[in-house]
Ligand binder design. Structure first.
Ligand code: ZN
Ligand code: ZN
Length: 369
């Protein structure tokens, strides 16, 4: 049984458990997981249709993508093509009737654009539409050994960018120029980025998801560097924090607290522990040091074909962690108007229930570059 047949078997079970008769998926991680085919996804409808029962899957594709879709690694052979003149609505309506999609519950991928989902609702008014996210993400929660290999390669490719990135952090450079080091390093290695690098220097670093811009770095700045390589579809994601030229006592103290919170988060990955426990362990260190109100996000997110996916290391997630799961541990302290510190590595849960860190060790003291 090949990889995709195995995944199909698991998908059938997940669909039954979630009350889904059929699926319509637009490009994204679920489509890639099930068929090996990926595509950015544009305003033209490109969809994988999983019909009810044992009927073979099919793709609906715009004419300009048809050849690429036909080469999908899972070997889905039926590709119904539409062209710009005719549009896709009529074809989808026909397929919906032929396959009796309109008599049951259709799962749509969570990221499907409203221009498609609302049109599906209009074309198949008797169908019930439901988010397929819970069923689809459950399939990808625990990585198999080939996936864990890819996760390790993504982690290695991400770590390999660190030296050039640190070298680029010098007074006078802009955040965008520092981010360019990530982009050119990835291009040379033949990889993509998991997401747009976040380079946040000085007060910009106090915004956890600062949008990298033309701000210049200054001597004494604390800079957050958050970036990742994508290898064979799987995402890397790390954050390092450095000081330029010199580091204030406050910056060193805050860094040391975040480092201890990171360690506590990793150490909390134990048999029976949940995402709630990992979050609580990291948060306790920061709260005990008096900075609780400045740690404004969850401690981590799952990662795989998507850079953010379940499981989440967040208060209230009491589901026990499982071997093969991969997620970030990334506590931070953000001091408005001053600076931020975040430290992040990716871990996977080993068979014995403890964490294996996929990335290089994080320095225990604030590096001055
Ligand atoms: Zn990150
Ligand atoms: Zn992350």
């Amino acid at each position: 049984m090949n990889l995709y047949e195995k995944r199909l078997g698991h998908l059938r079970t997940a669909m039954q458990e979630n009350g889904l008769d059929a699926l319509i998926l637009t490009p994204g991680a679920p489509m890639r997981y099930l068929t090996g085919f990926s595509e950015a996804g544009f305003e033209r409808l490109l969809a994988l249709i999983v019909p009810p029962g044992d009927r073979p899957w099919l793709f609906l594709a715009p004419a300009l993508n048809a050849d690429q879709v036909r080469r999908n690694p899972a070997g889905v052979s039926e590709v119904r093509v539409w062209d710009d003149g005719a549009g896709w609505e009529r074809l989808l309506g026909e397929v919906g009737k032929d396959l009796r999609l309109d008599t049951g519950t259709i799962g749509l991928d969570d990221d499907m654009p409203a221009r498609f989902s609302l049109k599906i609702a209009e074309l198949m008014p008797t169908a019930r539409l439901k988010l397929a996210g819970p069923a689809l993400s459950a399939l990808r929660l625990c990585k198999d050994s080939a996936e864990l290999d890819a996760m390790q390669r993504a982690a290695d490719a991400t770590d390999a960018l660190i030296p050039a990135l640190l070298a680029a952090c010098r007074p006078g450079a802009t955040e965008l120029e520092v981010a360019l080091t990530v982009r050119s390093g990835l291009a040379q290695a033949g990889h993509e980025a998991s997401f747009d690098p976040i380079i946040g220097a000085g007060a910009n670093g106090a915004l956890p998801h600062h949008h990298t811009d033309r701000s210049r770095l200054h001597r004494g700045d604390v800079a957050i560097l958050d970036f990742g390589a994508k290898v064979d579809g799987y995402c890397g994601d790390i954050t390092r924090t450095v000081a330029l030229g010199e580091a204030s006592d406050e910056a060193c103290r805050v860094y040391e607290i975040v480092y201890r919170a990171y360690r506590a988060g990793v150490d909390a990955v134990r048999p029976g522990a949940s995402g709630h426990d990992v979050d609580a362990a990291a948060r306790r260190v920061i709260a005990d040091a008096g900075y609780g109100e400045f740690f404004v996000h969850r401690t981590g997110h799952g990662i795989g074909l998507d850079d953010h996916e379940p499981p989440y290391m967040v208060a209230g997630n009491h589901v026990p962690l499982q071997p093969g799961q991969c997620f970030s541990v990334e506590p931070g302290i953000y001091l408005p108007g001053k600076f931020g510190v975040r430290l992040e590595n990716i871990v996977t849960v080993r068979e014995d229930g403890t964490a294996r860190v996929l990335n290089q060790e994080i320095p225990a003291e604030l590096p001055v570059v």
